[in-house]
Design a binder for this molecule. Structure first.
Ligand code: ADP
Ligand code: ASP
Ligand code: MG
Length: 406
């Protein structure tokens, strides 16, 4: 049987109008002869009654600290509600469908509550459902441990469920439906000129997602890449084909976009910059090790890391600034932790080995009078740290400098 997985995000299933569009997309796939697995997120965004953030607020409103195990149990309710509402809607339109929790769909994870990894999928129940001519509606973002604990896959993790089921069921394609027309050259909420990209490689999208482009979860892209299942990101609310994501071979090669070195922009807001200075060589006196071990012991993840004999720099999430100051304060070093920064990045497979890309990035930022406080790069991205207040202008300036709207 030809199988398709269609994942619908929170805004797609939030309203009766959205759910009518979902039915249309499912019907189209059925008409093409596919066995259809629908993966749903919790209905709506923060503030709406069954949204994930609302559920979290419910528990934290009683007491700020919630055990990760109980929080997971609560959060999964949002997606569970969504499955039943969607099954009812499909049935109302004459489409036979059954609802499944992650556990019932055979998604087994480790015990890392809040950010569990999928260890194995036993999709027998789903296969039986499809073979019986029914649509399977699966709760995204959740799984079960072998001993029956309910877990979640990290915020935005319904994408991960979609990709993982696509691989397990050998689907022809995994479609991720959301509220924008695919992966765009930048977040359209901040850069109104952003335009949708027709094709991208897994690597590029993965890089953009890791650098903050929220449109798809990076783990979903990694799973699809490993399992060689194409992903298509598209809108529930239009007929546009959105963005096809493959390894590039199926679309002839990524050169399809011409000679652009930069494909898109990404950003991460609300970061703090940590700078450590010393008059003594920190490689020699073991302080480099002490700094990073102290952060590791405190469970604080560091990014944009730069180490030199007399200076260390990195960034952390802003809400961990006080904790980091405390931890590093014990090391007898000159430590400065400053809040109010954002990371903006340019991404593109085409920049590999091309001279002048950083020069162009600096030119774009300088023209907009935006200062750079820190930078890092990989073979397909360059990221600069700017003041939070400059983030939006920086993205717009870079979008213009690299002519991404054309
Ligand atoms: P869903 O609830 O459907 O999973 P998300 O809110 O997780 O939707 O992701 C969609 C949002 O991602 C869009 O509304 C958009 O603001 C944001 N976004 C950030 N970067 C990009 C980008 N490069 N392309 C498209 N959307 C982006
Ligand atoms: N509902 C979950 C979240 O808000 C999962 C998802 O939407 O993908 O993080
Ligand atoms: Mg999402």
């Amino acid at each position: 049987m030809r199988v398709i997985v269609q994942k619908f995000g929170g805004t797609s299933v939030a309203t009766p109008e959205g759910r009518e569009n979902v039915v249309k997309k499912v019907q189209e796939a059925l008409n093409q002869g596919y066995g259809v697995v629908v993966v749903v997120s919790a209905m709506g965004r923060a503030g709406e009654p069954y949204a994930t953030d609302t559920l979290i607020g419910l528990a934290k409103g009683i007491m700020k600290s919630v055990k990760p195990r109980e929080l997971d149990l609560l959060m999964t309710c949002g997606e569970n509600i969504s499955t039943v509402v969607m099954v009812q809607t499909l049935k109302h339109h004459g489409i036979e469908a059954s609802a499944f929790t992650g556990g019932q769909a055979g998604i087994y994870t480790d015990h890392h509550f809040g950010n569990a990894r999928i260890m194995e999928i036993k999709p027998d129940n789903l296969r039986r459902c499809l073979e019986g001519g029914r649509v399977a509606v699966v709760a995204g973002f959740q799984g079960i441990t072998p001993d029956g604990e309910v877990t979640t896959l990290g915020r935005g993790g319904s994408d991960t469920t979609g990709a993982a089921l696509g691989v397990a069921l050998n689907a022809e394609v995994v479609e991720i439906y959301t509220d924008v027309d695919g992966v765009m050259t930048a977040d359209p909420r901040l850069v109104p000129q952003a335009k949708s990209l027709a094709v991208m490689t897994y690597n590029e999208v993965c890089e953009m997602a890791h650098l903050g482009a929220k449109v798809v979860h990076p783990r979903a892209v990694e799973i699809a890449m490993e399992g060689r299942v194409p992903l298509r990101i598209r809108s529930t609310f239009s007929d546009s084909l959105g963005t096809l994501i493959t390894d590039g071979s199926a679309i002839g090669n990524i050169e399809i976009r011409g000679d652009k070195v930069v494909t898109g922009l990404a950003h991460i807001a609300e970061m703090a910059l940590v700078r450590i200075k010393s008059e003594q060589d920190m490689n020699q006196n073991g302080k480099v090790m002490e700094v990073f071990q102290a952060m590791a012991n405190a469970g604080i993840s560091v990014d944009m890391i730069q180490v030199a004999p007399f200076a260390i720099g990195f960034i952390i999430k802003e809400d961990l600034a006080e904790r980091s100051t405390q931890v590093l304060g014990k090391l007898n070093l000159e430590v400065l932790v400053q809040k109010g920064f954002a990371k903006v990045a340019i991404v593109g497979s085409g920049m590999r080995g091309v001279p002048g890309v950083m020069a162009k990035m600096v030119r774009g930022l300088q023209r907009a009078r935006i200062a750079i406080y820190h930078s890092t790069d990989s073979h397909i991205n360059i990221a600069c740290l700017v003041r939070q207040d400059d983030m939006c202008n920086a993205l717009q300036a870079l979008h213009e400098e690299f002519q991404l709207g054309e």
